[in-house]
Design a protein around this ligand. Structure first.
Ligand code: RB5
Length: 142
């Protein structure tokens, strides 16, 4: 199960990525927002992040205009490693090295086709599991 969340600035891109998840048969839970009315990204970033941190959802994808504010909100939840990605290399590396459990995308930055490729890369790249990366990830929590 993938936790999804956005504010109004990421709403449209969220719908694009939801379309991709549905096409692939990937289960998701949308924590809002549910329309383009102006709203507060911390509400939706934290709601999606809490679902990932609790284990209800395996990973999360959040959206705002830049990906920045909503990633900051998600990263305030203990256990969350949310990476803003604007390219596939970053999406691959943040899975391999950081075991990122959430991805943030900016609706005003990334176009729909690239967003889908970034999402695909993020969801399909495993954590390397290397000892040095496990150690560094552990250091993030202290
Ligand atoms: C909303 O205008 C915008 O500030 C928000 O979507 C986000 O990009 C904040 O970081």
């Amino acid at each position: 199960m993938i936790a999804i969340g956005s504010d109004h600035g990421g709403f449209e891109l969220k719908q694009t990525v939801i379309g991709y998840l549905e096409k692939k048969g990937i289960a998701y839970k949308d924590f809002g927002c549910y329309d383009k009315n102006s709203c507060d990204y911390p509400v939706f970033g934290k709601a999606a992040a809490k679902a990932v941190a609790s284990g209800e959802c395996e990973k999360g994808i959040v959206f705002c205009t830049t990906g920045l504010g909503i990633s900051m909100a998600a990263n305030k939840v203990p256990g969350i490693r949310c990476a803003v990605c604007q390219d596939c290399y970053s999406a691959k590396m943040t899975r391999l090295h950081n075991d990122a459990n959430m991805l943030a995308l900016g609706g005003g930055i990334v176009g729909p086709n690239l967003a889908v490729e970034i999402t695909e890369t993020f969801l399909n790249t495993p954590f390397s599991g290397e000892e040095k990366h496990c150690r560094r990830i552990g250091m993030l929590e202290t």
